[in-house]
Design a protein around this ligand. Structure first.
Ligand code: ZN
Ligand code: ZN
Length: 437
């Protein structure tokens, strides 16, 4: 557990951030429910409301919680309890992408586990101890690689929303401040959707219970039939589109891998590409071998693998639970000391969360680090550290203290800035008014 002086130090730093920055990221703030958390606990109290952004900012400056969340839902009486007495009006939809939900290879490098019973330990995320089967304690980190994977999911979602649903208005994106991204959908069209429609939407995005036959891919008369491009929509259209794309680009290796076939076989078929594409227009997919059986297997494997590749891995609960509250954009994430930076969605491709969400300085700070793998922050590499005292730029020291990996050292030596490479890029790139403190 972190020492009290570390917690006090963090609160003081967070408070000075809120004194210098006015947080105005919640539309119709007086209709929202708020909750907040303290060191190590994301939500300890909820059912709060604020009459204005000004009132909310006074709260942030004076109380300075470690986490603050708001409701995507709008209420007549947001502070009443139980929930029914709030009088629900409408709700935004929030989609959450978290690096924990994606199986990226980098986890083998930066995550670790320890057995609660036999004390065995190792790298990666392991829920059950391989030697004794007991539950493990896991330590998770993020890096550019896993955050990039969640970014890809977010981009894919925006693509789904724009192309499949024509939702182009009222989309707001922010870094979560920790392990991923949040997408807030705030258009009137979205706000009026009932609970069932929200479930249908998330089922579509995550490709729940997809039935290839229902989508028009039917094996009949020794042929795999496909829907007609002109009338296809939703997943049928998506599948046809990526299939056509792979054929047009001669991606024989990719097709073979998805369908579990020999590359040479597919290459041969693609020699007659025009014929293959014409067949698709007429409602059937190319046969793979003369044995009908393997053609059926090939197509079933390819089509379902395509769906796996295209579907989204998002936190289902966040998007369908009308009573859930979520981090207020541009506030501090108390486990990292980074902000949940909001930015224009056109900037998503280039957004660098581990650089542009840094709000603290490069002034040196002495901390005692319990344990940390090699990690990258603000474009610099730090660590690995094991039970040692070290000088770090303030932003990196705060990052470790916030995630309970370090404590503030007793003796501080004040000198010149430790990091020359690091340049404050937060406000220009994010396009919001925030100052480095
Ligand atoms: Zn064990
Ligand atoms: Zn990673």
């Amino acid at each position: 557990m972190a020492e009290q002086k570390t917690i006090d130090f963090l609160r003081k730093k967070f408070s000075s951030f809120y004194r210098e920055n006015f947080i105005d990221s919640v539309p119709e703030i007086e209709r929202r429910e708020f909750g907040y958390g303290e060191y190590g606990k994301k939500i300890i109290a909820r059912h709060y409301s604020f009459g204005s952004a000004k009132e909310f900012n006074s709260f942030l400056r004076e109380k300075t919680p470690f986490y603050v969340s708001y409701s995507p839902a709008f209420y007549d009486f947001p502070d009443k309890r139980p929930m029914e007495r709030k009088k629900y009006l409408k709700s935004d939809i929030i989609y959450e992408f978290d690096a924990d939900d994606l199986k990226t290879e980098c986890k083998q490098k930066h995550d670790s586990w320890k057995c609660r019973e036999c004390k065995a330990e190792g790298k990666g995320l392991v829920e059950r101890c391989p030697s004794c089967g007991s539950a493990t304690e896991t330590t998770e980190w993020v890096c550019d690689e896993c955050l990039e994977a969640t970014k890809k999911q977010t981009l894919k979602l925006i693509n789904f929303l724009e192309n499949d649903f024509n939702f182009t208005e009222g989309i707001s994106v922010n870094f979560s401040g920790g392990k991923g991204y949040h997408l807030h959908l705030r258009s009137e069209k979205i706000q009026g959707l009932n609970a069932n429609a929200r479930i249908e939407l998330v089922d579509f995005l995550t490709a729940q219970e997809i039935d290839l036959e229902q989508l028009g891919f039917v094996y009949s008369n020794k042929k795999m039939l496909c829907p007609m491009e002109s009338t296809a929509f939703g997943w049928s259209k998506k599948i046809l589109f990526s299939l056509k794309n792979m054929i047009e680009k001669d991606e024989a290796e990719k097709i073979a891998a998805l369908g579990n076939a020999r590359v040479s076989t597919i290459k041969k078929i693609l020699e007659k590409k025009e014929l293959v594409l014409k067949g698709m227009q007429n409602g059937f997919l190319f046969p793979v071998t003369r044995a009908d059986d393997s053609s059926k297997n090939f197509w079933e494997s390819l089509l379902s693998n395509l769906v796996e590749k295209e579907k989204l891995f998002l936190d289902r609960q966040t998007s369908v639970d009308l009573a859930k509250i979520i981090r207020v954009p541009n506030t501090i994430h108390g486990s990292t000391g980074l902000t949940a930076t909001e930015f224009e969605r056109e900037k998503l491709m280039k957004f660098n969360p581990l650089k542009e969400s840094i709000i603290f300085s490069t002034n040196p700070l002495k901390v005692f680090v319990r344990t940390a793998p090699k990690f990258s922050l603000g474009g610099e590499n730090f660590g690995p550290f094991e039970e040692q005292e070290t000088d770090l730029p303030e932003f990196a020291a705060i990052y470790l203290m916030a995630r309970n990996s370090a404590n503030l050292s007793e003796k501080q030596t004040f000198g010149k800035s430790l990091s020359k490479k690091f340049s404050p890029a937060f406000s220009e790139k994010a396009g919001i008014e925030q100052k480095r403190i």
